[in-house]
Ligand binder design. Sequence first.
Ligand code: NDP
Length: 285
Amino acid sequence: MSAAIIDGKALANSIKQNLSERIQHLKANHITPALTVILVGDDPASAVYVNSKHNTFTSLGLKSEVLRFPAEITQEQLLTEIRKLNQQKDLHGILVQLPLPKHIDTNTVIDTIAPEKDVDGFHVSNAGSLMTGNPRFIPCTPYGVMKMLEAQKVNLRGAEAVIVGASNIVGKPMALLLQKEGATVTICNSKTRDLAAHTKRADILVVATGRAEMITGDMIKPGAVVIDVGINRMADGKLKGDVEFSSASEVASAITPVPGGVGPMTIVMLLVNTIESAERSLKTA
Ligand code: NDP
């Protein structure tokens, strides 16, 4: 194996430690950063993610509340709950854990969150601010990936970046962030013809498809930096990424593991966004 392992867990811990001064400053001003997560239904993976966010927040002395609703909740009931949270002055972040049950329109729900509390950065107005180059909140997963590339001192200017996956929460914002730093960006999706022809050109390859181990070493340019966003739980209970680690790590110069790569970074960037939101509330108080 030749690739360096990009340790997301270690980087997330060091970012967390650096946040303590900002948290203390807020507390000295009688503000405790507070997040409320809404969880609808009983999807086991969602429950794991929500618990992990909750534990991270409370371990740092921040406020975190999880509101759990049954899968049968109506869209209107859910919107009413969000509107109530929007009014809470001492609440800095509201997050709706996705996916939602099919009878609920995800975009309507997200766009009901007050944009200044939308710490996931998914609200249409926050997506627009990111697109036009003046983001209010950067979506946590691509934000975490940018921090990893920065820590790894990857030169983005003029680099060929290829993203496999074009979702609103990962692929598209990832493309905007890389482009802003001067990379030439290609976004691939499930209809892309000859995917390998694209991935083999990439100096930086980001994969976020939810298809376990679909990218293999022969699809990667020697020396590329490979970021694996995928989290797939296999039949044996183990987690696998969207990249086949064994073959990819023979070819890449640096690669993120799953677990222990992008996942911990996503949570820590949620902390960063919530603290940022609390700091803004201090400025406007
Ligand atoms: P979505 O299902 O919303 O999007 C998947 C994207 O991948 C779509 O654009 C789809 O294309 C594309 N795609 C699917 N199959 C292929 C294929 N064979 N070839 C090329 N493109 C393909 O997923 P998300 O973006 O929400 O999540 C992606 C993965 O990242 C999942 O494993 C998820 O669990 C993980 N994830 C991890 C996070 C973390 O913290 N580490 C956070 C968020 C997600 P099309 O547009 O054509 O349908």
